[in-house]
Write a protein that binds this ligand. Sequence first.
Ligand SMILES: [Zn+2]
Length: 468
Amino acid sequence: MDFLHSGLADVQRHLAFVSVDPINWKFYVQVFSWSVTIFESYLLLRQYPLYSKTSPPEALAPHISKEDFAKSQIYGKDKAQFALFSKLFSQCVDSAMLQYGFYAWCWGAAGTILGKLGYGTDYEILQSIIFSFTMYLLSSLPTLPLSVYSTFVLEEKHGFNKTTPALFVGDLVKSWLIAFALGAPFLAAFLYIFQWAGDRFVPWLMGFMISFQLLMVILYPTVIQPLFNKLTPLSDGELRSRVESLAGKLHFPLKHLYEIDGSKRSSHSNAYFFGLPWSKHIVIFDTLMQQSKPEEVEAVLAHELGHWYYLHPTKMMAISQFHIFTILALFPAFLHAPPLLRSFDFPKHVAAKPPTIVAFLLFQMILTPLEAFISIGMNAVSRHFEWEADRFACELQDQLKEESMKDMGDRLGRALITLHVKNLSTVWVDWLYSAYHHSHPTLTERLKVRELLSLELAIISICASRIF
Ligand SMILES: [Zn+2]
């Protein structure tokens, strides 16, 4: 542990200037955040002309009808226009909030509310909780009309929306209540660790964050998700026996197999698994089952089980722990930095003894450009995992020595095409736009890989049959 602390102290020495130099952080954050927005808008402008193409890529042409292709192009165009508008709008709002001292105002308002409740400002954790929720609620208001428009105009126009206004409001209120019910104790514990461990908070906070993530793995499906969707055990039939048999052959610790009423809100479709290492649950969207045949859904699950087989969720979690560690390791320099708070319009008496939550918030804003690069890296890793999972599904026949699985790659390809076509997903994708935004390879890329893979498998089996 001492080695860790001396390493961390070294980092702090290099960053010592933060606590004394009067740097104009606000200006930098404005420049950073506008740069990211301008870059993302540029990506959208690169992608936009591709929605005017009149025919699909060759690899897809046999699988997508003219009408479906035309529909997906119009949907993509509408979404891109909306994305550009909401991006610029949100950036203007954020930028104005930053410029006119919104965060400092929120901290003051939280102090006033605290006073009305009969507490003094020495109750920093309580004030931090009030501050966070005031900020969360107020800053989500300006973008609320955007989400109303996206659901009831954009998705509606293209036939995806199934959400009623009552469901929309219910979801919103529920998500606010959950944010408060989970967020308040999380924040209290998070801030308490800072008070308790002083500058040696890094390992303690890491331990806490990992425990919280594991707790969420249990709580999300059992408590949170049922508030929004209904999960019912998948009824007996071809699909159930296919999935159970596949899970059994792979020794996947399947505890429950659910069907989820995704169609309640939208007709977009999907499938996923979750749970602890010894007890997993698979969830299939009712929409996926309506759109694809049981053997194709089985292939989608074979892909999902590929993620499990290669420990992708665990690897992703390890990467995100490393990410959190880096952030926490840099943070102490910003924790005791009055000039940082002063540059964001906080009054002198607050800046003199910076509240942890405020320092953390401002620190995260400063990290914006770094986070943009990290998300590109994370997407690249995720795309690699998708490729591995596809390959896993295609090679199941060899692994399990099951003749019946020889067409798994074809079935997966058909399911992917159906998913893509029914979801009107974008067909033509600009490479830079995709590298930045997509955690999954594009359909064309996946089909190409699958073809290469089946070619490779065919060659291997030809070679094998020659040898033996
Ligand atoms: Zn996947």
